[in-house]
Design a protein around this ligand. Structure first.
Ligand SMILES: [Zn+2]
Length: 111
């Protein structure tokens, strides 16, 4: 039985007593349980993102030519160092070694 099922079961029992104060306590308890569940979901997602970023960080190889590659990447794709450093995003650099993401942000900031 999870926490929400437990609160629902207690709620059914409490309703039989028709006690307003007890009912309000169950409503408050239900809200607290929902808040905890939502917080748990948020923290689980955040933890997954941190694990992914940490895993990627350990694979990063920095190059003097201002691009990065990933260890064990046979294609040795070049990624933008700025986007990785700022947002932990891997933005692939193309033939020109220009980053489309950085260029877009620069244009938006200078409108
Ligand atoms: Zn970039």
């Amino acid at each position: 039985m999870n926490i929400l099922d437990g609160v629902k079961n207690i709620s059914k029992i409490v309703r039989q007593y028709n006690d307003l104060e007890l009912n309000q306590q169950i409503i408050d308890l239900t809200q607290q349980a929902l808040d905890l569940i939502n917080e748990n979901v948020r923290l689980t997602q955040e933890n997954e993102e941190l694990k992914k970023a940490n895993d990627l960080e350990s694979r990063i190889i920095r190059h003097k030519d201002f691009y990065i590659t990933l260890r064990d990447d046979e294609q040795e794709i070049h990624y933008c160092t700025t986007c990785w450093g700022k947002d932990h995003k891997l933005i692939q650099l193309f033939d020109t070694d220009r980053c489309v993401e950085c260029e877009r942000k620069w244009r938006e900031a200078n409108r």
